[in-house]
Design a protein around this ligand. Structure first.
Ligand code: ZN
Length: 215
């Protein structure tokens, strides 16, 4: 099996508890479940329907605010933004609009018809989305193409511990819809591959990448 991010030959390991086969790429630190465990759209939707985050929930607002408090001070003020994979809620988009940034939102399950194929964005945010993607490199490339020159892509997904034993005890991959796992290094390699600048991360779950050339 070759790494879906950097095409290097990957190692595999099996989790004895759930018997799921995982692949681990040393150079880019990407870990992914065997594609046999990837779920179809309807099972994913059933699982997402269990999420009961309400837009007026202060904890939910604070959760997104922490993301924006990391991202916005580090970038030039964007004129517009896209929340890619917003889920059922457009709360993050509303918070961006309150910050003075015109914001669209898109979700393949809940808001599938909201994406304007020709529109470019100064900022694309994507929180708790990448761990669900069957083809993260393709989506990354697609998002970079939707950015204006020097636009920003800000992603939130939990960084895995990069140690197989620690990984087995890690909570994040227990969710059956979480199938692929990243670290800062993985995003550095993706950024380089698509001629972007890797601006920064918080060493935990957030990264900011800037487009530097047209792709
Ligand atoms: Zn790799």
């Amino acid at each position: 099996m070759l790494c879906h991010i950097c095409n290097t030959l990957v190692k595999s390991f099996t989790h004895t508890k759930n018997e799921i086969l995982y692949y681990h790429c040393e150079p880019c630190q990407y870990i992914f479940k065997s594609p046999l465990y990837y779920q179809d759209f309807s099972s994913q939707k059933e699982r997402y329907n269990l999420h009961t985050n309400h837009e007026e929930d202060l904890g939910y607002i604070a959760y997104f605010q922490r993301f924006l408090d990391f991202v916005l001070p580090h970038i030039d003020m964007p004129k517009n933004a896209l929340d890619f994979g917003c889920g059922r809620s457009s709360l993050l988009a509303s918070l961006l609009i309150k910050s003075g940034i015109d914001c669209d939102y898109y979700d393949p399950i809940y808001h599938p018809k909201t994406l304007d194929e020709s529109k470019k964005y100064d900022l694309i945010v994507s929180t708790e989305v990448f761990e669900h993607l069957h083809q993260p490199r393709k989506v990354f490339e697609d998002l970079i193409q939707r950015l204006t020159p020097k636009g920003y892509l800000a992603i939130q997904t939990q960084f895995h511990p990069n140690d197989e034993e620690a990984f087995k005890n890690w909570y994040y991959h227990q969710d059956p819809t979480h199938i692929v796992f990243f670290r800062a290094e993985t995003f550095k390699i993706l950024a380089h591959k698509y001629h972007c600048e890797y601006l920064m991360d918080n060493d935990k779950n957030m990264v900011i990448i800037q487009k530097t050339k047209g792709i």
